[in-house]
Design a protein around this ligand. Structure first.
Ligand SMILES: C[S@@+](CC[C@H](N)C(=O)[O-])C[C@H]1O[C@@H](n2cnc3c(N)ncnc32)[C@H](O)[C@@H]1O
Length: 350
């Protein structure tokens, strides 16, 4: 994957993918082939014109129109590759690599594979010495993912296996207990796989779940906590705001991708270990209407005000209201500018 022929640098070679930015910033992505040509209504560009040129060169087509030629970066590729399922965006992939602590040589399990976007980031981070085992229950998505990975890397990576099937049933057969360094779950119901993940992970290993909604986040975090097999789960989300930087016009972009998903992660404890500080254990891994009744402000993390403090706040509020009333009635018979009809307080008892 990283030998001289597939390394994404050096002069262009046949077989390379090249992103061409042409007139009006239109993008064309081509794979350089002997005898290949790019035809547009601006003219013809022969692939061989690019071979031997350094990455980042500008070439002109038969009509004299110029194209900037660059090898696509991984983030360019994943954003434009064919998709079966929704992909992990580059900003989240970067964060997953960090929170999951993916390292060169790691044995990593991933599910589902979807379109293979995250697989590509994981493969790059584990390097040739690492091993990636990816599970996908839809064979059509697995096929898309395999094709995408092969397109980007130039060949099916020798250290990557794709298992078609449900992670919950396939993982125990695919790996020995406590043999996996890291697990990344990107699926609708990750809590259904936490038990097998706990068995597969080596003590100290990390599980990271990427979920789209707050309800999934809550459910998987509570499930992880309730097993007693992991450290306290942590969670975050990553918002990336682009900036426009041009002359004096330096400001945030007007538009951004405001939401993609949340990450929740935890580390596998050693067998039988009970961490010294367990803040709170949920007694149930799922919840219904009755449980929702129990979601007091304290349980959901809101600070509760004491009765004494509350009485103080009421007195303060009443004094402020009294002051406002006196100010409004400063000259008898006049009405408040915000209450031209003098009806603002009608019926109020406070
Ligand atoms: C959002 S996609 C994954 C996208 C992928 N991470 C990427 O970056 O391209 C979710 C995938 O998980 C698969 N999936 C859901 N539950 C699964 C399970 N229990 N085992 C294996 N695959 C599962 C779905 O079929 C779907 O393709």
């Amino acid at each position: 994957m990283s030998d001289e022929t597939t390394r994404p640098s050096g002069p262009f070679r046949f077989g390379d993918r090249v992103q061409l930015t042409g007139p009006k910033a239109r993008l064309h992505t081509i794979t350089l082939r002997e005898g290949g040509e790019l035809h547009t209504h601006h003219g013809v560009l022969k692939h061989e014109q690019l071979v031997g040129q350094p990455d980042g060169s500008v070439v002109a087509n038969s009509g004299g129109h110029e194209y900037l030629a660059l090898r696509p970066l991984l983030r360019d590729f994943v954003m434009s590759m064919p998709r079966g399922a929704a992909i992990v965006y580059p900003k989240d992939a970067a964060q997953i690599l960090a929170e999951a602590d993916i390292f060169p040589g790691a044995t990593v399990v991933e599910a589902g594979v979807g379109s293979g976007a995250l697989s590509l980031w994981l493969l790059r981070a584990i390097g040739a010495e690492g091993r990636l085992l990816s599970f996908e229950r839809r064979d059509d998505f697995a096929a898309v993912a395999k094709a995408n990975v092969e397109t980007f890397t130039g060949a099916a990576p020798a250290n990557w296996d794709v298992v078609v099937g449900d992670l919950a049933t396939e993982l125990p057969q695919a790996v020995a207990a406590a043999s996996v360094d890291r697990v990344v779950l990107d699926m609708l119901a990750p809590w259904e796989c936490i038990d097998v993940v706990a068995d597969a992970l080596t003590p100290g290993g990390v599980v990271v779940c990427y979920v789209a909604t707050a309800t999934q986040l809550s459910r998987v975090a509570e499930y992880i906590r309730a097993t007693g097999l992991f450290t306290e789960p942590d969670a975050n989300e990553t918002m990336v705001r682009g900036w426009h930087v041009e002359g004096l016009a330096v400001r945030p972009d007007h538009r951004m991708v405001a939401h993609t998903g949340f990450l929740v992660w935890a580390r596998r404890l050693a067998p039988g270990a009970v961490p010294p500080e367990v803040k709170r254990r949920a007694s149930k891994s799922s919840y219904g209407d009755e449980d929702v009744e129990l979601w007091t402000p304290g349980a959901v993390g809101d600070r509760q005000i004491t009765d004494k403090n509350l009485r103080k706040r009421v007195r303060e509020a009443e004094r402020a209201a009294e002051g406002a009333r006196l100010a409004a009635a400063g000259s008898q018979g006049t009405t408040s500018p915000h209450d031209p009809h003098g009806t603002e307080d009608a019926g109020r008892t406070t």
